[in-house]
Design a protein around this ligand. Sequence first.
Ligand SMILES: [Zn+2]
Length: 184
Amino acid sequence: MTEEIIMFNSKEAAQFKTNLSGWVSRDGIYYGANERLARYVGCTHRPCEDCGEPIEKSWFICQKCREKKDIQRYKAMPKEIWNEEGGIYSDPHNKFFWSWNEVEDYCYDNEIKEEDLRLVICEPQYPRLIEEDYFCDELADDGDDELPSEIVKAMEAFNKVLKQSAPLSWRPGNEAAIRNKTIK
Ligand SMILES: [Zn+2]
């Protein structure tokens, strides 16, 4: 790819215009008919799309409306009994819990209700196995070359270890965590 060279003093670099009309943002850049873009560049805030309150322009809806939506989304989630296997996660409090006791202590210490945590069951994240094509960038492009058998064997052995691994981490899934009502 060759990049076109535009010299400082060429007529392509800039042109003197007369009788311009169009939108100019606060910092003096001309956007022609694009009022929306000129306004976006020139503003710092815009109205929340739900309630109309001023918010920083990079957001679409305000903190309060986001929270409202999060609560709605949480209420719509399927509910599943969590028997303290793996972890559960609270998005509003950005915290993982590993037992119901821990949840109770946290609620007590922070003077909040359990439902305020909007607990979600986490899913285990196991190590990804390495695939045969892991070295495709290093092999010749013609596709005829194969990996040396020692490497293939080592990859198989490595994958075997990975398959037996405990979860490397836990990530919030798509089910709300509830208690088994029969055992408290
Ligand atoms: Zn709002």
